[in-house]
Design a protein around this ligand. Sequence first.
Ligand code: 5AD
Ligand code: SF4
Length: 453
Amino acid sequence: MTLGTPNTRKLHVVTHGCQMNVYDSARMADLLAPLGYTTVDAPEGADMVIMNTCHIRERAADKVFSALGRLRVLKEETGGRMMIAVTGCVAQAEGEVILKRAPYVDLVVGPQAYHKLPELIAQVHRTNKSVLNTDFPAEQKFDFLPDAAASQGVIANLTIQEGCDKFCSFCVVPYTRGAEASRPAASIIAEATRMVAGGSREIALLGQNVNAYHGEGPDGSAWSLARLLAELAEIPGLLRLRYTTSHPSDMTEELLLAHRDNHALMPYLHLPVQSGSDKILNAMNRKHKADDFRRIIARLRDLRPDMAFTSDFIVGHPGESDADFEATMALVRETRFALAYSFKYSTRPGTPAAGLPQLPEEVKDARLYELQAELRRQQDEFNASTVGLTTPVLFTGTGRYGGQIAGRSLYAQPVVVESPVELTGEIHTVTITHANPNSLLGTLTQSKETKAA
Ligand code: 5AD
Ligand code: SF4
């Protein structure tokens, strides 16, 4: 390996998994920019490829090794010059396995050590040996990463919290992302302010357990998510706020009320419930019952009648009977989701449920099929229900075809309208005329800027 000439190095970042990884990938690129790395869209000929990985489900982890095999060929084509780094949750959980199975990988860096990337890259160059850093002192990562001052566009992600202390039976997050840690409010507000100055109008606050947020406020007391949202809503030019991902047990009364009182908060919540059976929720160590979820949904619909909900489900957790699955279907049918993600339970090494007797694959397949059919129906119904509505759309840029502009509804649905003028960064009212499976079409009805609500 040789050092390229500064200012001429090409960096390609591949991101798997959640929005948190998208955010981390952008921060890593920012961190390497002063070293002369500019990002390129393809791995061919790159000086450095970072694969930012996801370990949440078995299939996500398997993807890493097949992708690494392809990168190996490209690395050989560069005469070994291309540096390959694996970051993210697979790096954290399986760092040593990666170096054993794919010795051509130069760097394995866990999510708590991204701020050390420049130093670790230098170490690889110096020693000509692969470097593994999956240290777990959660403390300072947030302090050392450059913030997202660079414009992410009209809709931006901002990580405010990381890690999780909930230890759901099926989940690797507490092991890969570590204990729950919240950023101080002042640094979040400063970062959001810079994002808005750079053109962002909607900010999604990210965290694996975002509604457990309890960062230090400027006054030294712990701020709740509701408190932080109230403060962020006051940033001039910030039109919309949302947060993801939440846990039902942390939906405090204060946070529920924020959905009525915070003018920037979108009427939209991603609240994973995983199962509708109390027996399975208990086996999952979810610490809430199906009725707690029902109560949250009902209260939010009461406080904000136009609320829409999305969720995550797992079918086939160990111990799930036909009756348990029916309870999930019943919860889905009565809740009516705008959209939901559903997965077959997959064993994750080191998690409590991995050691339990597993359900046959055919049973999981059949349940997933039935659940997804119902969720698809609900998504179509939700999209169809917006046809004829006159609703605010935040425009993010041009559409795929000439004369079209694209934006997002209050529920983050992509909306496309014909318009002779670009309205990027502005909210305008649109009458929805047609619903596609994953997007809406509409016509501009007025051109007065309005807030999120
Ligand atoms: N198997 C299947 N799905 C899982 N998820 C997390 N762990 C597993 C697993 N072991 C799902 C949950 C979570 C989403 C991000 O991924 O539904 O909310
Ligand atoms: Fe994983 Fe979410 Fe459970 Fe935490 S609350 S362990 S991130 S599923």
